[in-house]
Design a binder for this molecule. Structure first.
Ligand SMILES: [Zn+2]
Length: 117
């Protein structure tokens, strides 16, 4: 006699499948790559990166366009310190102290050689 297969699998095999499926999708699923959040300071000689970790109130030296106040740098926030000024990373990017262009050094060389021609 042949064994009859149940039309529906037993409840515990359903459970096993539901446990396996996420593992399979996790193995085949490639998450979107993390955005490249690295920042570079092309003229880094006079700048230092710090993490605010004290109770002193520090304000960014730049205002965002449309804002009429200097914003507070929060504890745990990474900011840049120059000779006399401090910038949050957002403003440092905006005013051109920092860049996300990893090839900034190459572009600088290219610009120089282009102007010398
Ligand atoms: Zn700022």
């Amino acid at each position: 006699m042949t064994e009859e297969f149940p039309i529906e699998p037993p409840a515990d095999s359903l459970l096993a499948e539901s446990l396996i499926v996420p593992q399979e999708t996790a193995a085949s699923f490639r998450p979107a790559p993390q955005p490249d959040t690295r920042l570079y300071i092309p003229h880094h000689e006079n700048w230092q990166a710090r993490i605010k970790a004290d109770t002193e109130k520090i304000y960014c030296y730049a205002k965002l366009p449309g804002e009429d106040f200097f914003h507070l740098i929060l504890n745990g926030e990474i900011y840049l310190v120059g000779e006399t000024e401090k910038y949050c990373l957002r403003c440092a990017l905006r005013v051109g102290i920092a860049t996300q262009d990893r090839l900034f050094w190459q572009n600088r060389v290219l610009k120089r050689s282009a102007t010398s021609l």
